[in-house]
Design a protein around this ligand. Structure first.
Ligand code: DUC
Ligand code: ZN
Ligand code: ZN
Length: 478
């Protein structure tokens, strides 16, 4: 409901309170049936049989799970890339996120080497603030590290950013050289900031790309040959050498294969403070997608690339046993017809990325929980709680307990549907999971106590999302 207080502005009235009745609450560690009462944007009571107070909005969750709002710890929304821009805006991306059960986004804030870090921070914050329907924060990309950049990074941390992002790939645009890598991790250690890292050896990729193109291998089916698993594993090992030396906390984004996971686990077992993330794409798609004829494969060009199918069981097992902490989307939507086609004559010019933000949770539930790879607790942990703990949002986000933000996903396990570009909210002309069946989806999704999505429709308020300021030194990992 909204009231018009002046002709230009819609002022939305949030219900004073929300009561969710009879749902089965599932967190990373608990499972029980109870009512949840929310007031002033937070959960205030969890008990059986709470009588509805006057004026409260009541939702009957009988037969549904109630999960904490899911957190996507790795998305790209405002993304300048290879002379074009990723297609979603904060409005379209956050609507897609909410319909799919994701209530918090951690976006890669990515100035390139020519931009000042503070100008980048202001630019990305300005793009999101007032235009995002769910809560959000950023990993601050360090694409240059000298004395001037370091001073600005200190200020950015003071303004509420407690994680950095670095690229070992994409050397001329975002990638750091080893001197800068050393400085960045040294600064992160000093400030109590965790550093997320894209690990692939940039020079090896450049050599392999040049060799393939010289041999006339120009189609998208050659993309994965230019970035083989050992190139990713080398990146992981390289990063961990620096992290070990500097005693820095690091988080490896988008681990795609057994070789890279093994390098990360080797680091962990020698005491390096390292955590890993994988993506829904790597669990459900494989390199044969990028080999589809008539340039269709371009829809599946991302980096690190989709791998041999044999890696999928390794990644599922890693998620189950905790070797992999989190599941992300690395959402990066580029239209097939107008943007992916930029690389028709040269696969290195295909904008890298796959749209996956909207369907991460439902696909993870269907193919992870329903197929027996994960139990419900580990599902919630990997898709929400671990990200909250690693990135300084717990217990405000990532769980359901008195005092937590009332971000709730009332999940209907009986829903059956098919994923398709025709019905998606993401602003892109294809769906990488086209035709895939899902079992279960959010019935109702709330953002700090306000209903934002219902049965596949966005019903919230576009400007509701809040910038989540985070404190450093909050590595709550259990
Ligand atoms: N990889 C992608 O596929 N897209 C965005 C950035 C990245 O590292
Ligand atoms: Zn990346
Ligand atoms: Zn990414």
């Amino acid at each position: 409901m909204f009231v018009l207080s002046n002709p230009r502005a819609r002022v939305y009235k949030t219900p004073m309170s929300l009561l969710v009745k009879n749902g089965e609450i599932v967190t990373a560690s608990e499972r029980y049936v109870a009512d949840i009462f929310c007031a002033d944007e937070t959960v205030t009571r969890i008990e059986p049989n709470i009588p509805p107070p006057p004026g409260a909005e009541v939702i009957d969750a009988t037969g549904n799970y109630v999960f904490p709002g899911f957190i996507d710890p790795h998305v790209h929304i405002y993304l300048p890339c290879m002379g074009t821009f990723a297609k979603d805006t904060h409005e379209t991306a956050s609507k897609a996120a909410l319909v799919g059960g994701t209530t918090t986004l951690i976006e890669m804030l990515g100035p390139d080497r020519t931009q000042e870090p503070m100008a980048g921070f202001e630019l990305w914050l300005g793009k999101a603030q007032g235009h995002c329907a769910c809560d959000f924060t950023f990993h601050m990309t360090v694409s240059r590290c000298d004395e001037a950049a370091e001073k600005q990074l200190v200020e950015i941390v003071e303004r509420g950013i407690s994680s950095f992002k670095i690229y070992l790939a994409y050397k001329d645009a975002f990638g750091l050289n080893d001197h800068e890598l050393y400085r960045t991790l040294r600064l992160a250690r000093k400030l109590g900031v965790i550093t997320t890292a894209h690990c692939e050896n940039a020079d090896l990729i450049q050599e392999l790309q040049a060799q393939l193109l010289a041999e006339g291998k120009t189609g998208p089916e050659w993309h994965h040959a230019s970035r083989p698993p050992i190139v990713e594993a080398e990146g992981v090992h390289h990063l961990l050498t620096f992290a070990e030396l500097l005693d820095a906390h690091v988080y490896i984004v988008h681990v795609s294969c057994e070789e890279a996971l093994r390098a990360a686990s080797a680091g962990k077992s020698r005491g390096v403070k390292v955590w890993t993330e994988t993506l829904i794409q790597y669990l459900l798609l494989d390199k044969t997608c990028a080999e589809r004829p008539n340039f269709e494969g371009a829809k599946f060009v991302m980096s690190p690339p989709l791998r041999d199918k044999s890696n999928q069981a390794v990644l599922w097992n890693g998620l189950r046993d905790g070797a992999i902490s989190t599941l992300a989307s690395d959402h990066a939507p580029f239209d097939f017809e107008t943007q992916k086609r930029m690389g028709e004559k040269d696969f290195t010019k295909i904008p890298n990325g796959i749209p996956s933000l909207e369907h991460r949770v439902n696909a993870f539930y269907t193919y992870g929980v329903k197929r027996g790879w994960l139990d419900l607790h580990r599902f919630v942990d990997a898709a929400s709680t671990q990200a909250a703990k690693l990135f300084g949002l717990f217990p405000r986000k990532g769980t359901i307990q008195p005092g937590s933000d009332a971000d709730l996903v009332i999940y209907d396990p009986d829903y059956r549907g098919i994923l398709s570009a025709e019905t998606q909210m993401m602003n892109v002309d294809y769906n990488p999971f086209e035709g895939m069946a899902i079992e279960g989806r959010p019935h109702v999704v709330t953002v700090r106590g306000q209903v934002a999505a219902r049965d596949g429709q966005f019903v919230g308020q576009v400007s509701r999302g809040r910038f989540l300021q985070r404190e450093p030194n909050h590595f709550q990992v259990f």
